[in-house]
Design a protein around this ligand. Sequence first.
Ligand code: NAD
Length: 339
Amino acid sequence: MIRIGLVGCGHWGPNYLRNFSGIDDVHMAAVCDQRKGALERIYKQYRDVETCSDFQDLIRRKDIDGVVIATPAQSHYDLARRTLEAGKHVLVEKPLALSVKECLSLHELALSHKLTLMVGHTFLYNPAIRKMKAYLDSGAIGKIYYLQATRTHLGLIRDDVNTVWDLAPHDIAIFSYLLGQTPRKVSAVGVSHLKAGLEDVAFVNLFFDDNVLGHIHISWVDANKSRQVAVIGSKARILFDDLNPLEKIRIYEKGVSLDRGYDSFGEFQLLLRDGDIISPKIEPEEPLRNLCLEFVQCIRTGERPLADGLNGAQGVETMCAIQESIRMNGKPIELGIPV
Ligand SMILES: NC(=O)c1ccc[n+]([C@@H]2O[C@H](COP(=O)([O-])OP(=O)(O)OC[C@H]3O[C@@H](n4cnc5c(N)ncnc54)[C@H](O)[C@@H]3O)[C@@H](O)[C@H]2O)c1
């Protein structure tokens, strides 16, 4: 039996409670939140889960193997460090922390204590994103030209971080996972319309090896709710639409490339491909459940999760560079964590 504790029962935390409660041989031992109202709501649904309001009481418990941290971003580093120092495995919501230094120190701490450190990069556990990666890896879309993500809606507006730190970690994790590489350079612009100093809209450019570009449009002030990621290649375009319950992925077998022909004098012609639009079957699995299952598996076996501390650190390095580029009105910022 693996025993899990949870800190943070606001909007997102209860999803962990529901998922871990539904996994065999896992016991939700206790949940912690500073807000009494949050704990009362939990108690109404889960009568047998113990609750507490002091995080220290949670990590002091001997009957907890792993702790999930679903609190606001600013508290992640401190709570994760204390959890690891208490000898417990930890799953931290994104972003892992607010600086690369903090992320790497958590990564080192987990390694030295032989504990699992995992980040809530939920989309890496999404069956539709995994299917998308399988298509890319098979070569079915040809050479990848660029990726485009749109993550817009009205809010949910946060006080502690801007829209970049709130929303972009998802797309950065998705892009890096799909391409099997992290960005080499970023350039971004963003502005705040609602709360001074907290950007609520941003346009982010990411530069990858092999001439691949990525673009992310994030916004808290757009009435159009969109959760899309498109990959455009020489043979096809793949679209992931998280808001489409029936067709999460569509593959447009259409593309353009250059045919250089047989002669050596550089003659070429444009090759336009036209084909079907395919909507493959996607397994109806909840991504967060997959993530929780991997956390439990890693606690049991000592394996490293896909979304490990280094994966979290790479995401945070990109976030910091985006923030810096916004501050400098779009100046390109180079990056590359030595792994
Ligand atoms: N992976 C995803 O798709 C996804 C989706 C939404 C949110 N998130 C992440 O989940 C985290 C939480 O987001 P949210 O929307 O639930 O926030 P929230 O503000 O709604 O809830 C946070 C809760 O944590 C509690 N809390 C804060 N510090 C605490 C402490 N030291 N001890 C005990 N309780 C404490 C607060 O009282 C609050 O109830 C964020 O990091 C966010 O980025 C991830």
